[in-house]
Write a protein that binds this ligand. Structure first.
Ligand code: SF4
Length: 165
């Protein structure tokens, strides 16, 4: 079974075509402005010695504190996708014997403020997460991607040209 990363679970809730394409290594991420900005911000943090990202197995976690796993997002446009991403990270940590709660910080670009959401990997969430992971595995093991359907968010997607031009 393909290892399911935070990016894959996020894409699954964003767009199932995107999830399949990324999982099957059709990667056009370099064309995406959002991804480029994210990479530059990480590189700048590295240069300043402020690297806080932590890698565990195949997932990258923004910050870990005594009580929380913290995921930082620059927009709250896909809260459901981020919720499952964080639940996956909490699950991976739990498998290593590390129990944390999740904290999601949405940094508003223009508003100088941030929205914070808290989440826990309780029994119900964990059961649902297992079902989500099984559905993702089934999707990405399919021989071809689901047909692309145009949505407003497509114009910002790295696969826009691939899907529609
Ligand atoms: S362009 Fe739209 S349909 Fe195609 S992968 Fe991106 S989000 Fe999905």
């Amino acid at each position: 079974m393909t290892q399911i990363t935070g990016t894959l679970i996020n894409y699954y809730f964003h767009c199932k075509t995107q999830c399949w394409l990324h999982a099957n290594r059709i990667n056009l991420e370099d064309n995406s402005e959002d991804v480029r900005i994210g990479k530059i911000l990480h590189e700048l943090a590295d240069q300043k010695g402020k690297k806080t990202e932590i890698s565990i197995d195949n997932v990258k976690i923004d910050k870990l504190t005594k009580d929380y796993l913290i995921e930082v997002k620059k927009s709250d446009s896909a809260p459901e996708a981020v919720k499952w991403q964080v639940l996956l990270y909490l699950y991976k940590l739990k498998q290593k014997g590390v129990l944390k709660k999740g904290k999601i910080e949405f940094i508003e670009k223009k508003k100088q403020s941030k929205k914070i959401h808290y989440i826990e990997l309780d029994e119900e969430n964990e059961k649902e997460l297992m079902e989500v992971l099984a559905r993702i595995s089934e999707l990405i093991d399919a021989p071809k991607p689901p047909e692309a359907k145009f949505e407003n968010h497509c114009k910002k997607c790295a696969y826009y040209e691939y899907c529609f031009i």
